[in-house]
Ligand binder design. Structure first.
Ligand SMILES: [Zn+2]
Length: 168
């Protein structure tokens, strides 16, 4: 539960961590914390939710870190910070989620391959002919074993690609 107070601070009643007192955080600290957790959960599972020192400057300034440490929403760890792993009664707060889909872990298709496909397909969606919001589509989806080779790729606009994605 959170809401904006009149002066712009975010007031939180922190039920997540099982302590009921509302704490006041600057919006930058709160927003940074949320962003850091999303980031940590997505990329840092193998590292036990560590937010490395090198990454903290993406999310926090020193003052934010100090206030988050003070209320226990961040804890210092070897090489960086972590969200607390347990609430005050020692119950686990986080469980590792499923691993990211292969779709998300794959390597990006190089620019020259993209350019090649767009040129081959006349710079237009192969389904509807649109030249707007073009993407590369895997004819056989990557998640079904389709390759990143040009013969498995085609130019498709985002709306057509989303419709196709919904059918797969
Ligand atoms: Zn289209």
């Amino acid at each position: 539960m959170s809401k904006m107070s009149r002066d712009g601070a975010v007031l939180l009643s922190n039920r997540l961590f099982g302590h009921p007192e509302a704490v006041e955080l600057r919006p930058s600290a709160f927003a940074g914390w949320v962003r850091a957790l999303c980031w940590a959960g997505k990329y840092m599972r193998e590292h036990d939710w560590l937010i490395p020192d090198s990454a903290t400057r993406m999310f926090f300034n020193k003052r934010d870190i100090a206030s988050l440490l003070e209320i226990g929403w961040l804890v210092e760890a070897e090489g960086g910070y972590r969200p607390p792993m347990q609430d005050r009664r020692g119950r686990d707060l986080w469980r590792p989620g499923p691993r990211p889909a292969a779709e998300l872990r794959r390597k990006k298709i190089p620019h020259r391959v993209r350019a090649l496909i767009y040129e081959r397909d006349g710079g237009a969606c192969v389904t509807c002919g649109s030249t707007d919001r073009l993407t590369l589509d895997h004819i056989k989806p990557f998640s079904h074993g389709g390759s990143d080779e040009p013969d498995n790729l085609q130019t498709m606009c985002l709306p057509c690609n989303s419709r196709k994605g919904a059918r797969v």
